[in-house]
Design a binder for this molecule. Structure first.
Ligand SMILES: [Zn+2]
Ligand SMILES: [Zn+2]
Length: 382
């Protein structure tokens, strides 16, 4: 089968690899029909993680079940399924508590939690930017779609990661109806946080970014936007909130954040959030931060140590919550919002390409080229 293989910094290629198979009785095998390139793939693509060369990428996966293991009860061959990027077991202490993003069964390293397809530090699972994907614990991991699965495939594939992750950002921030929220980052997760904030009844949604195409998408769903290369986003938020700061804030950029002058500093957006969220407000941080960054500009950043304005945050009595989204906590309800035409996350899709176009797609997406907001790969189109 074909798969997108990481060969080193800024180098991916579509290669022939052995077919994925059912390896354990609880596995299912999925023929991938849509698999997205994610902003977090770019951290790996740029060589800013410990991702091993020769591994396949792809954690935002949707397809058709083509084989099931002998221990699979619920999922049937022919089902259309979307897979959470988290590979969870459903029975460990963390999964039982709903924290499927920190599953203890599928992470091979002692004392660590969390597993994912084609992802650094999350086990050696193959990615889904491929023709076939092995899904462990298929009964637990696969979310089965309805009769509109193909018609709304570009919407449902967002349930694999970015829609639940954006929703999780608003949940971690503690967003209630009628409140204001500022979202730093209008990449695909930030845009999904804006959509989620709208679904949750936020009165005012402010989105900070500097890419005109992304800001336009945020405006299309009713957000107020600010270009932080031209304006001070903190002052903008204060002006929009009677000087008080937003009730809630979401960090959707992660450790490769840049200040207004374009200098990289991983604490940039978190410090802006601390300043632009009100006293006693809540901050949800879902952009990726890692304990090691091989491409960092200095020693502290290389070890994931941030120069955080914690004193100001503590003084303001803010809550900061963080981490990878437990997709299963949200994907069923978000699926039903899509089915009911109450949410259309595919509005951010800019490109539908064949798997063979992956290298070109990674290059354009990584260069933040205007108009490359979300790329979907369709392995059944070559
Ligand atoms: Zn993703
Ligand atoms: Zn588990």
């Amino acid at each position: 089968m074909k798969a997108v293989i990481y060969q080193g910094p800024k180098d991916v290629a579509v290669k022939d690899v052995p077919d994925a198979t059912v390896e354990r009785p609880t596995d299912i095998l999925v023929r991938i029909t849509t698999t997205n390139i994610c902003g977090s793939d770019l951290h790996m693509y740029e060589g800013r993680t410990s991702m091993e060369t020769g591994r396949s990428l792809g954690h935002e996966n949707l397809g058709e079940v083509v084989e099931i293991g002998s221990g699979v009860d619920r999922v049937k061959v022919g089902d259309r399924v979307v897979l959470p990027f988290n590979i969870s077991c459903g029975f460990c202490a963390n999964c039982e508590a709903g924290n499927t993003s920190y599953c203890l069964t599928n992470q091979p390293a002692e004392g660590k939690g969390g597993a994912a397809y084609g992802f650094a530090e999350m086990g050696d699972y193959a990615g889904g930017q491929a023709e076939l994907l092995r899904v462990p614990y298929g009964d637990s991991n696969a979310l089965i779609l309805g009769e509109d699965a193909e018609e709304k495939e570009n919407d449902y594939v967002m349930l694999s990661d970015i829609f639940p992750t954006g929703f999780h950002a608003t949940e971690l921030a503690g967003l209630h109806p009628g409140e204001s929220v500022v979202i730093y980052g209008a990449g695909s997760v930030g845009l999904m946080a804006a959509l989620s904030a709208s679904l949750r009844g936020a009165a005012k949604i402010i989105v900070v970014d500097r890419q005109p195409d992304r800001l336009r998408l945020a405006e299309e769903i009713g957000a107020i936007t600010v270009d932080d290369s031209q304006n001070d986003p903190v002052q903008f938020v204060l002006d929009q909130t009677d000087g008080m700061g937003a009730d809630r804030g979401c960090e959707c950029v992660g450790y490769q954040a840049h200040d207004h002058a374009g200098h990289e500093d991983p604490a940039t957006t978190l410090n802006q959030l601390i300043e632009s969220v009100k006293f006693t407000g809540g901050i949800g941080s879902v952009g990726i931060f890692l304990p090691a960054d091989p491409g960092a500009k200095d020693e502290d950043a290389g070890a994931g140590r941030l120069h955080l304005d914690y004193g100001l945050s503590w003084f303001k009595g803010q809550s900061i919550a963080s981490g990878q989204a437990p997709v299963k906590r949200y994907n069923r309800q978000l699926r039903d919002l899509i089915a009911a035409d109450r949410a259309k996350p595919s509005w951010i899709v800019s490109h539908e390409l064949s798997l063979d176009d992956a290298a070109r797609a990674y290059r354009h997406f990584d260069d933040r080229e205007d108009g490359w907001t979300k790329v979907l790969l369709k392995p059944d189109r070559g």
